[in-house]
Design a protein around this ligand. Structure first.
Ligand code: NGF
Length: 292
């Protein structure tokens, strides 16, 4: 396929009323990803509320996901945390649970030098000995990694991918041009057509939990040169995503998954669960999707 990296859903983290990992809901969400024909799961990222999860709860999450996936999906764990030692513990937990790759945002809050961020990734890889997916998501981290950073690290580390979640397509073109053999996952669901058109090798996103089949179809249309069919699917997806973004991510997605019967909408503090009014808006948006 044109898209050697594949299409992965960013997984929601489902909680029980007492704030534990809801194992039954994990199974349902993983099964849902399989049913949508997706290639794998990106666990503990923004969609998974990763930065709000302690190392203990992340370890539980990774175990639960790996068990439910049962060897049939590519598993990538986002392990970034405010405390570096926690990120490293998370990476070890992912490896123990049987994840195939780890991923991390760069260290956040302080403005670190590129040299510090390189050491961060090198130490993280040494801790777990798994291939690393670098993660550029400037809208949430406030850190925009330059292309030279990706090129340098892929020379001296085992980099298995880059998750590129930015609307800067000019930078993406340069990234794809300069990389040797490292696949790029495009991460802005609203711009998947753009990301794939310039040569990204796959995609990872939150709304794949709902629209995974449509995104795969969109990619196939692009690969076969049917641009207008791809554009139509993108527009349909974006009418839905607009509602989710206006309600607020990632809780709006979690609420949609509750409506679909897959997990509880209950988020981790300090997120609030979506209001009843917003729940109704999401129900309508989901119904419209089903009408085609
Ligand atoms: O949530 C964000 C914030 N981006 C996600 C995704 O790239 C990151 C994207 O799917 C992610 O899911 C993760 O780390 O777990 C958006 O939710 C989507 O495009 C709707 O705006 O940028």
């Amino acid at each position: 396929s044109h898209y050697k990296a594949g299409f992965l859903t960013a997984l929601t983290t489902p909680f029980t009323a007492s704030g534990k990992i809801d194992g039954k809901a994990v199974s349902a969400l993983v099964q849902n990803a399989k049913n949508l024909g997706l290639d794998g799961l990106y666990v503990g990222g923004s969609t998974g509320e990763g930065f709000l999860l302690s190392p203990e709860i992340r370890a539980e999450l990774f175990e639960s996901v790996a068990e439910a996936a049962d060897g049939s999906l590519k598993l990538i764990a986002q392990v970034g945390a405010i405390e570096v030692a926690h990120a490293e513990r998370n990476a070890v937990s992912a490896a123990k649970a049987g994840f195939h790759e780890v991923s991390s945002t760069p260290p956040i809050y302080f403005k670190h030098t590129l040299a510090e961020m390189k050491d961060y990734y090198r130490d993280l890889q040494s801790a777990c000995d798994l291939p690393m997916v670098l993660y550029n998501i400037p809208a949430l981290t406030g850190v925009s990694l330059p292309n030279q950073f990706f090129f340098d690290l892929s020379e001296d580390m085992n980099i298995s991918g880059i998750k590129y979640t930015s609307t800067d397509i000019i930078q993406l073109v340069g990234l794809l041009d300069g990389l040797k053999d490292v696949p790029v996952y495009y991460g802005v669901d609203e711009m998947l057509v753009a990301g794939l058109s310039v040569g990204s090798h796959g995609g990872i996103g939150s709304t794949y939990n709902i629209l995974g089949r449509e995104y795969r179809e969109l990619a196939e249309y692009l690969a076969s040169g049917n641009l207008s069919a791809a554009d139509e699917l993108q527009a349909r997806a974006n009418r839905f995503i607009d509602v989710l973004v206006s309600v607020g991510m990632p809780t709006a997605l979690k609420a949609c998954l509750e409506i679909r019967g897959l997990c509880s909408a209950r988020p981790m503090r300090p997120f609030h669960a979506v209001s009843k009014d917003d729940m109704k808006r999401l129900e309508v948006a989901l119904e419209k999707l089903d009408q085609k």
